[in-house]
Design a protein around this ligand. Structure first.
Ligand code: FAD
Ligand code: GLY
Length: 336
């Protein structure tokens, strides 16, 4: 029998599964679709505690996670031999006029750059750029490569991943979860982890709700972007193989699917304003995803207050890719 059943095969469920398996704990991941096709697939992969202007305990958690990344990626590459697109490229916030807004909301100190310095960090910016904030320690990972590596690592370590298995309900008796009712019958283990992202409310009355984000990708094999560009209304994330991810809207529209003309055109206009060369690049694809929003934007990482053998790992909102390694450690400490 498995020791722990993890519900949800996004980056959070997968990262926890790997951490537990490395501790010798028998884990099974239950995923109703294919793994890593939810928010994890839709993300941009920025590792940006500073550019995202996090604060308080969440900032501390996020900085810890960012510092865990190099070792975590080495470990994953060591197990699988797979490339994850981890790139310590820094994040630049070029500004025209909005610097005051940024200063007011900053909780960590960036490097302030004048116009000339900003342009040496990144050429080709809008001519009217007045300066920039340089977060040199922020980074990125290719979230889709990362997920593939996580899945491969779990398979190599003989972790059971059951895809196409929907959990319909979590059955309880007093302060214990007794079993899960699933599309493949009842499943039971000693402990359970809920990592169901934006869909968490379907199984537990927790205050998690979806925030839709629209995204698109353009391509230029010769682009000269060396860093992520991040502004108030758009971010531009260059990959090293010519892809450039542009995001993202934040919409409180439930689980409404699809890209809208308004969403895509606003993102493109903002991106072209910041980095004009994008105007000539080919559009490769558009997509959307649902961020798991939690109150105060703080993820829920704790033993359930109601059920002793249920651990909650959800609500990572805008930063679940960044927070995956630290979440895995926090949850492993709760389980062990
Ligand atoms: P998900 O990846 O959504 O996975 C949840 C999984 O649970 C899904 O696969 C779902 O099918 C499964 N599931 C749900 N209910 C059930 C059930 N009943 N039975 C079985 N399976 C179930 N974060 C960053 O750090 N950096 C970024 O740059 C970034 N950019 C983003 C851009 C966009 C547009 C979006 C949408 C998100 C972005 N994020 C980013 C946030 C990040 O993607 C999420 O916080 C993270 O992916 C959440 O991971 P998760 O595993 O909790 O959720
Ligand atoms: N962290 C980027 C986003 O959620 O859009």
């Amino acid at each position: 029998m498995t020791d722990v059943l993890i519900i949800g095969g996004g980056v959070i469920g997968l990262a926890i599964a790997l951490e537990l398996s490395l501790l010798g704990i028998k884990v099974t991941v239950l995923e109703r679709n294919a793994c890593a096709q939810g928010a994890t697939w839709a993300a941009a992969g920025m590792l940006a505690p500073q550019a995202e202007r996090l604060s308080g305990d969440l900032l501390d958690l996020a900085l810890r996670s960012r510092s865990l990344y190099p070792h975590w990626i080495d470990q994953l590459q060591g197990i699988t031999g797979m490339e994850c697109g981890y790139w310590q490229c820094g994040i630049l916030v070029p500004y025209l006029n909005e610097v005051l807004v940024w200063k007011l909301n900053l909780h960590t100190l960036p490097e302030y750059c004048d116009r000339a310095h900003t342009k040496t960090i990144q050429t080709g910016l809008n001519h009217n750029v007045a300066g920039g904030l340089w977060f040199k320690d922020d980074a990125q990972v290719d979230n889709r490569y990362l997920s593939k590596a996580l899945i491969a690592a779990l398979r190599l370590r003989s972790v059971k991943i059951l895809e196409g298995v929907s959990v319909y309900s979590i059955e309880t008796d007093q302060n214990q979860v007794t079993h899960l009712v699933t599309s493949h019958g009842n499943l039971q283990s000693d402990r359970y982890i809920l990592a169901t992202g934006a869909w968490t409310k379907e199984l537990m009355p927790l205050p998690i709700s979806p925030r839709k984000g629209q995204m698109l990708e353009v391509f230029d094999p010769n682009h000269s972007l060396k860093t992520v560009l991040f502004s108030e209304d758009v971010y531009i994330v260059p990959r090293q193989d010519g892809r450039i991810i542009i995001g993202a809207t934040v919409e409180n529209v439930g689980f409404t699917i699809g890209n809208t003309a308004q969403g895509v055109s606003t993102l493109l206009n903002n991106a072209i304003r910041l980095y004009p060369a994008i105007a000539a690049m080919t559009i490769q694809s558009t997509w959307w995803g649902f961020r798991p929003h939690a109150p105060a934007e703080i993820p829920i990482l704790e033993v359930s207050p109601t059920y002793e053998n249920l651990v909650l790992a959800t609500g990572h909102y805008r930063n679940g890719i960044l927070l995956a390694p630290v979440t895995a450690k926090v949850i492993a400490d709760l389980i062990n």
